[in-house]
Design a protein around this ligand. Sequence first.
Ligand SMILES: *Cc1c(COP(=O)(O)O)cnc(C)c1O
Length: 308
Amino acid sequence: MLSLPAVTPSLPSPLTPLSDPALSRAGVELRLKRDDLIDARIPGNKWRKLMPNLRAAVEQGHTHVLTFGGAWSHHIRAVAAAVGPAATGVIRGDELATRPRNPSLAAAEADGMRLAFVSRADYRRLLRGLDEPGVREELRRAHGRCYVVPEGGSNALAARGAAMTAAELPDLGARDVVCCAVGTGGTLAGIAAGLPPGARALGVAALRGDGYLEGEVARLHAAGWGRPFANWTIDHGHHGGGYGRVPPELERFATAFEARHGLRVERRYVAKALLAVHRLAGGPLLPPGTRVTVVVTGPPGEGATRSG
Ligand SMILES: *Cc1c(COP(=O)(O)O)cnc(C)c1O
């Protein structure tokens, strides 16, 4: 059976001003939008993006959810926490099927999610073909009738859910930039679409995706709002070498930020967004006088990182 998780989210999420010396010197104000505190098990942007999809699935009479992710996917974890026994996770990498589960996949299975491991080639093919009848039929034959949520949970409904983050920010105007890390682009698409005129959105790519990610955000705007938005850009200079990579310099920055402000920072996405803001402060994207609101899209976890 598929039913909505019985949890009470902390919404609206807190908005916290931070005084950071380096940013102050650049004339830039910093605030954190603490979406990481929405729920302990379905946190951050995963809550924003997942709940509208689960509501739609229940309304449409579905009893099972099928979704996609890598071995360390926060999205897979969130879906498992929300509706585990009513969900199947298609996991990238058939070599993982016979290996001991990493903590992320072990937790998903403990929550009752069924895991289906597929080769990287099949994974790509299935995701690219999600709108094609042939691929839908193939998935239906393999997994039964399911409500299908794409990789990272990013579809038009998810982006509309992410727009709520922007809607919760009061008094936004021409001096405001709302910044978030970008994985699949759903969160950035929603935030940009949810901003009032004048305010801008800055996405910081957490992986190598120059050009591709812009296309994804534009596609979500077309699907969710029927029009493009011109108020967003993606920075590609702070992914630290790729998805999951945390070079020593990023680690040093994150550790110092944590010590300065007394909070822990998720490394694979949030730390990259914060480092980008520090690097770009005072420059053309974040000129003096800018108020930056960094969306803390998720809490720190035990996720794997590769250095270098
Ligand atoms: C999943 C995730 C992201 C990426 O969000 P997209 O909507 O896929 O771009 C960013 N930050 C955190 C902490 C995440 O877990």
